[in-house]
Write a protein that binds this ligand. Structure first.
Ligand code: TYM
Length: 342
């Protein structure tokens, strides 16, 4: 069976983008793959994290996986720092990846901004650790949102270079799984920037734990334009919104994509139904749908977060199972690299 690996950073404030771009797909994929879902706390500390908040946020991501429907029996759920092999393999990849490759990573440029000299070394080497996460389990498929595409390209380059350098066919070349109609959920305040945890405005995102009235208020205040929704003929032959139309009405396209993803229907179906609707009407429908889909997940997350011992036990058990897969693979890597094991 093909193996899936994916992860989410415990940096607080999980939002609709994390859910639709990643976590929801984790649930559907568990039926057809052997899945390993990680809470990537080693990645989180590439930028400063308050220690108590990091613990709480690690439990929050775990609770989100569980509340969304990831089954901890069928899948492995664990936090990265409990399996030391991630950091060990990342070191080896620090010696495989080239500075030039990492210099091209747009996420580093975005996160480091103008203060590049002040960014942690860990933030620069972040993609090597991500490659280690995936390749430590020889995962073949990686479900992520669109923003992780470049990191997965790098993972493929690292696997290829390692195989070439050592003359082996050891690491698989993994495939990204970027699924659904909301692979890049945009801010509710600005349809040209990604919905993100770091946006200073709370109104830019819907949190997975938002209550119904907060969801309603954020959708009501979401930026739109004065035109009604078009019919399905506005879509391209691939059933997607054409690039120029997206550029002209970014906020409208974003809300449409969110609706389709939450309703688990195609854009054509949604436009067929909503053709000619004004945004005031459409927003009411969207609110109802978002509350129906996210409400129970948010409530279950809160219930689980109030039971930290239960959550920690799931992570501990997951870490044991992850370690049992990772350890022999890392042993083989050591052999390939030439580390002496007396
Ligand atoms: P992170 O924690 O930033 O995001 C977790 C997942 O959510 C997706 N995502 C989005 N999808 C759609 N629209 C958005 N606005 C949006 N924002 C976030 C991300 O694409 C991601 O899938 N580097 C990763 C974590 C990671 C990882 C891995 C992922 C570490 N090791 C190995 C896969 C495999 C990250 O920062 O995700």
């Amino acid at each position: 069976m093909n193996r899936i690996f994916s992860g989410v950073q415990p940096t607080g404030g999980l939002h609709l983008g994390n859910y639709l771009g990643a976590i929801r797909n984790f649930v559907t994929l568990q039926d057809s793959y052997h899945c390993i879902y990680c809470v990537v706390d080693l990645h989180a500390v590439t930028t400063w994290q308050d220690p108590a908040a990091l613990k709480a946020n690690t439990r929050e991501v775990t609770a989100a996986y569980l509340a969304a429907g990831v089954d901890p029996e069928r899948c492995i759920i664990f936090n990265q720092s409990q399996v030391g092999e991630h950091a060990e393999l990342a070191w080896i990849f620090n010696c495989v990846a080239r500075m030039g490759w990492l210099n091209r990573m747009t996420q580093f440029k975005e996160k480091a901004g103008k203060h590049r000299e002040n960014a942690s070394v860990g933030l620069f080497a972040y993609p090597n650790l991500m490659a280690a996460d995936i390749l430590l389990y020889k995962a073949t498929h990686v479900p992520v949102g669109d923003d992780q595409k470049q990191h997965l390209e790098l993972t493929r380059d690292i696997a290829q270079k390692f195989n070439n350098d050592f003359g082996v066919d050891f690491f698989p070349i993994c495939e990204p799984l970027i699924l659904g109609s909301a692979t890049r959920v945009m801010s509710l305040r600005d349809g040209k920037s990604k919905m993100s945890k770091s946006d200073p405005s709370d109104y830019s995102r819907i949190a997975m734990t938002d209550e119904a009235d907060a969801i309603a208020q954020k959708i009501r205040k979401a930026k739109t334009d004065p035109d009604p929704l078009p019919g399905p003929e506005a879509l391209g032959p691939d059933g997607e919104v054409p690039e120029d139309a997206r550029g002209a009405r970014p906020e409208a396209c974003n809300l449409l994509g969110i609706y389709a993803a939450l309703a688990e229907r195609s854009l054509a179906e949604v436009l067929g139904e909503q053709e000619g609707a004004q945004f005031s009407r459409f927003k009411e429908d969207l609110t109802e749908l978002a509350v129906a889909k996210l409400g129970p997940i948010g409530a279950e997350m809160k219930r689980l977060m109030a039971e930290p011992d239960h959550v920690d036990a799931i992570l501990r058990r997951g870490a044991e199972r992850a370690h049992a897969i990772a350890h022999p693979i890392l042993d083989e890597v050591h052999e390939i690299v030439g580390f002496l094991r007396p």
